[in-house]
Design a protein around this ligand. Structure first.
Ligand code: GDP
Length: 238
């Protein structure tokens, strides 16, 4: 039996105790609840942009997701949205590379960047990726954060470092999100966390908090929702 995680709405027993902390994090229950509420709302696929002039007009705060092919990006986006099917593994090598946009309740735009780091990718494909993503990152004023996904089994690779350097140069804030943490031991995860934090500490646009997730075991998903909900357009009252 897997242990699972306690649902966010089970945190506060209604005894009036303020700001109970979610287990294993320094996030308060209010932030977790705000994240749960935002991501429980419907998300719609807006479009896939294969060229920079197809990127939708700005307007909403935006969060992008970047990572090597197979890092678990589609699974993570689907886990955040509580869906199985919205983000597909669209970045299979050889397929058209595009940025897929999802509108979350008119409050946050999610941008799923094409996967990178596929060793056998032809040079012109790599150039196409770099041109599209670099132009997007440089010109996207509403981009609040890019989640750079790193497979817990592999840690940072040079292709991830290249992307982080691109983000540093574009002065676009980013946050490292470890994926598939169910695949590694607690000790290995602890070591990976330490070495990754030491490396990103030197990078100007990197967020100091590392997120640890497993889409399969629903670990760290509520915390990531909370983290991203803080960037969303505020809820309209009435
Ligand atoms: P993408 O290419 O980055 O979009 O990756 P996918 O989301 O398609 O996932 C790639 C592979 O990793 C698939 O076989 C998934 O089932 C697997 N995977 C994704 N997330 C997890 C996770 O949290 N834990 C485990 N064990 N496997 C995962």
């Amino acid at each position: 039996m897997s242990e699972g995680t306690s649902p966010p709405d089970a945190i506060d027993p209604g005894d009036g105790v303020p700001d109970a902390e979610a287990p294993g994090t320094d996030m308060d229950a209010d932030a977790i609840e705000t994240g749960r509420r935002l991501f429980a709302q419907p998300a719609t696929f807006v479009l896939g942009a294969a060229k920079i002039d197809q990127v939708p007009a700005a307007g909403l705060p935006e969060v992008a997701f970047a990572g090597r092919s197979n890092v678990g990006k589609s699974s993570l986006i689907n886990a955040l949205l509580g869906r199985r099917d919205l983000a597909r593994t669209s970045n299979t090598p050889g397929r058209t590379q595009q940025i897929n946009f999802f509108d979350l309740a008119g409050r946050l735009m999610l941008a799923d960047l094409p996967g990178y780091g596929y060793a056998k990718a032809p040079k012109n494909e790599v150039r196409g990726w770099t041109r599209l993503v670099n132009t997007y990152l440089k010109g996207r004023q509403d981009l609040r954060r890019t989640c750079v996904l790193i497979d817990s089994r592999h840690g940072l690779k040079d292709s991830d470092r290249d992307v982080m350097s691109m983000l540093d140069t574009a002065a676009q804030p980013y946050q490292v999100v470890l994926t598939k943490c169910d695949k590694v031991s607690g000790a290995a995860l602890e070591k990976l966390t330490r070495t990754t934090l030491a490396e990103i500490a030197k990078r100007p646009a990197a967020h100091p908090r590392l997120m640890t997730t497993s889409s399969m075991k629903d670990q760290g998903i509520a915390e990531l929702r909370a983290e991203l909900a803080a960037l969303a357009r505020p809820e309209q009252n009435g």
